[in-house]
Structures are given as structure tokens and as C-alpha cells.
Design a binder for this molecule. Structure first.
Ligand SMILES: [Zn+2]
Length: 320
């Protein structure tokens, strides 16, 4: 018996030690965490996470605490990037106060940055529909935020320092006109010593916005919008879906046809190559009925794994 237990222990140890860093990362991306993150962010207590309001501020605090817990570092010494969009006045005449949540994992080459992001704000409390006035935004966009959080966790748990610095951006004010991602991009550009540059030093950006629902009941459908300049992104996606047995049937529509616009747009305007994941608009879009129990969690998990693999290539490929 003792021999069996010892051998079993040895086998488990060998098995764990033989895992590659990528596998270690993939193995910590799970359904339970997706459910936790999405159900907390989309709970009525966060009141639809409207930018500048109490529910939005509480959501930012929750996200910051998760990054601290994981061991993700604060960007420029602060997880919060506070800003007031100059052209937005709140209803009482004061300026709107918004905050992005930003973290990073330093790479061996800190001059090069790759990034994944998702907006955490939603539209708050509004017109009552079927007795409900809280617009929970489970798909839009607690689903994308859950992906970014699990990708961060996976990079940490891989145990391998990335070649390039990896950044995580959780945007505020998307629903008011991509305010958080525009602010980040403009702020980032302002650190470049050369005036009037049209680009920013970010090598690639992945955006996740609404990745938890199905189109026509097709559980595996996902739209992957990718920059024309990087056909390799499509190769990575197709190869990794096959290699890691992900239940996803991606469609690759043109980026020009991306629905309604999302936080990849400010990056695109600065010439940053992007991948944007989205599982289409649905009847609960921007309604109080966009609730956590309608999410296809298995799909969220597989898109999260795919986004992790994309970011892994972006962070570690010699060139792309
Ligand atoms: Zn959205």
C-alpha cells in the first residue's frame, strides 16, 4: 500500500513538473473563476457599473483588489488611472470622474509592451423593463473583464517571466464613448519624447467585449476581428484551437465591420495591431436582462484560453 501511495505521489509530482509554462497557465483558467467574476460584477449591488457612480467605483475597487491578490503590479505605481474627460460634464455641472484599472507583469525587455483589455463599466440603472431597472451588463462586459483577469492569473501562474512586458487594461467610460481607452492611449503617447508621433509603443493589443453569448444557438461561434497587417494572428488562432482542443469556430470578419466600436479603436488609430473578440449582439444587449445566468461559461473559458495563448505569442515570440 505504502509503495502504491509513494509511486502515485511520484507520478503526480512528475506529471506536474513536466507541465510547460503554457500548460501551467492554461490549467488555471477555469469555469469557476469565470462564474465568480461575472456574477459579482453583474450583481445588482454594483448597480450596472456606470462610470463615475458608486457601482462603477466599487467595481474598480474589486478589480484592483484582484490584481493585488494575483501579484500583478500597479502601472506607474498606481492601479488606478483617474481622469476627467474634458468634454464631459455630469448632470450637476461638475466634471465626470472616471478611473481605469491598470496592471502589468514586467518582461525581460521592458521597452516592448503587449496588452489585453476590456471595459468594466456599463450603463447603470435606467428605464424599467419587465420590472427590472438594473442594467447588469453580464455579457457587456463582465464577460470580457473575467477573461482579462484569468489571463493575468495564467501569466503569473505560468511561472515564466515574459520576454516583453504584459499589460492589463480594465477600461472605464466605454459606454460613454470609449473614454477610458482613449484616455490611456493619449496619456501613453504623452510619455513619448518625440512630439506629434502617430504611434504609441505598444506592440499589440487584444480587446474582449461581449464574449459570453451565442449567435443562433451556436455555442462555439466567436468573431475574431484582426488587423490586416498581421495575418499571423489568424494562424495562431487556428493552430491553437486545434492544438488545445478548444470548442470554438471563429469567423474572421473585417475590422471595419466591427459592431458599434469598442476599446480596440483608440489603439488602431495609433497603428497598434489588434485582435478583437466578440460573440455578437443579442436580444438582451443593453437591457436589464443581460444577466449572469444567461452566459455560456464554457465559451467564455475557451475564448479566455485562446486570448491567453494569443498574448503568450505576442509576449514571447522572437518577432511577429
Ligand atoms: Zn461593451
Amino acid at each position: 500500500m505504502r509503495y502504491i501511495i509513494t509511486s502515485l505521489f511520484l507520478l503526480i509530482t512528475l506529471c506536474c513538473y513536466s507541465q510547460s509554462p503554457i500548460e501551467k497557465g492554461l490549467n488555471v483558467i477555469n469555469r469557476q473563476d469565470a462564474e465568480t467574476y461575472i456574477s459579482i460584477l453583474a450583481s445588482d449591488s454594483l448597480e450596472g457599473r456606470k462610470g463615475g457612480q458608486l457601482g462603477g467605483i466599487k467595481a474598480a475597487e474589486y478589480l484592483k483588489n484582484l490584481l493585488v491578490e494575483m501579484g500583478v503590479k500597479p502601472w506607474r505605481g498606481n492601479y488606478y488611472q483617474d481622469f476627467s474627460p474634458t468634454n464631459h460634464q455630469a448632470s450637476d455641472g461638475s466634471s465626470l470622474k472616471l478611473r481605469n484599472v491598470l496592471g502589468y507583469i514586467p518582461g525581460k525587455n521592458s521597452d516592448e509592451i503587449v496588452m489585453i483589455g476590456a471595459h468594466f463599466d456599463h450603463v447603470g440603472v435606467g428605464r424599467k423593463i419587465a420590472g427590472d431597472s438594473i442594467y447588469n451588463g453580464a455579457d457587456d462586459n463582465a464577460s470580457g473583464v473575467a477573461a482579462v483577469l484569468q489571463v493575468a492569473k495564467a501569466f503569473i501562474e505560468s511561472g515564466q517571466k515574459p520576454e516583453r512586458t504584459v499589460m492589463f487594461g480594465l477600461w472605464d467610460g466605454e459606454e460613454m464613448g470609449l473614454l477610458g481607452s482613449f484616455h490611456f492611449v493619449e496619456d501613453h503617447a504623452s510619455y513619448i519624447p518625440i512630439p506629434l508621433v502617430s504611434s504609441i509603443p505598444i506592440k499589440a493589443y487584444i480587446n474582449c467585449d461581449m464574449i459570453g453569448r451565442d449567435k443562433n444557438g451556436d455555442g462555439s461561434h466567436v468573431a475574431a476581428f484582426i488587423s490586416n497587417s498581421k495575418p499571423i494572428f489568424k494562424e495562431w488562432i487556428e493552430n491553437d484551437i486545434a492544438t488545445y482542443n478548444l470548442t470554438l469556430s471563429p469567423e474572421f470578419p473585417s475590422l471595419n465591420s466591427s459592431p458599434g466600436g469598442s476599446d480596440h479603436m483608440p489603439f488602431m488609430q495609433k497603428g497598434v495591431p489588434v485582435i478583437f473578440y466578440n460573440t455578437d449582439v443579442h436580444p438582451d444587449y443593453h437591457k436589464p436582462s443581460d444577466e449572469a445566468d444567461k452566459i455560456n461559461y464554457d465559451k467564455v473559458v475557451d475564448i479566455t484560453k485562446l486570448a491567453f495563448l494569443n498574448l503568450w505569442h505576442m509576449a514571447n515570440a522572437e518577432s511577429f
